[in-house]
Design a protein around this ligand. Structure first.
Ligand code: T46
Length: 133
């Protein structure tokens, strides 16, 4: 898993984190979205993207992200506002265990495009196999 630790510019007033294209993240940002008020027991995601790259930040509270590359699975815990989880294309993801105060902010390399989604797990596995062959 690729976590990026962003510099915290802290002083007596508190903390500040800066995200700058081509300086501390690996793509240009075309879209930012965030989710909050996620109910108890909710699982989101259940898809992969054909070309989208993203960086996920839990800027408040915490949540877990399951990442699956078609061969192995790992779980990222996001609980620090200065830590970003970089998810490249072709990775299945599921988000869960949101605390009630969690705000999950996502920087995305492309505009929203439903055609970029693979929402069926079997289709995802087939897509990965096709790419390899
Ligand atoms: C991802 C994970 C981490 C839009 O209209 N514009 C947008 O930019 C997005 C992201 C969503 N939507 C609409 C589409 C659906 O009607 O918002 C609704 C919820 O989207 P979705 O069910 O895809 O949300 P998640 O939490 O399952 O997945 C989202 C992103 O879609 C996805 O790219 O990687 O967060």
């Amino acid at each position: 898993m690729k976590k990026i630790q962003f510099q915290q510019h802290g002083d007596s007033r508190g903390q500040l984190v800066a995200i700058e294209e081509e300086i501390n993240i690996p793509f240009n940002v075309k879209r930012v979205y965030f989710m909050y008020d996620t109910g108890p027991g909710v699982h989101r995601g259940f898809h992969a993207h054909k070309s989208l790259q993203q960086i996920l930040f839990c800027v408040h509270g915490s949540c877990k992200i399951l990442l699956d590359d078609g061969e192995s699975r790992e779980i990222a815990i996001l609980d620090k506002p200065y830590e970003g989880l970089y998810i490249e294309n072709d990775i299945w993801r599921e988000m869960y265990d949101f605390t009630s105060d969690a705000v999950l902010m996502v920087l995305a390399s492309e505009h929203y495009n439903e055609e970029d989604y693979i929402r069926d797990y079997d289709e995802f596995i087939k897509y990965k196999r096709l790419e390899k062959s």
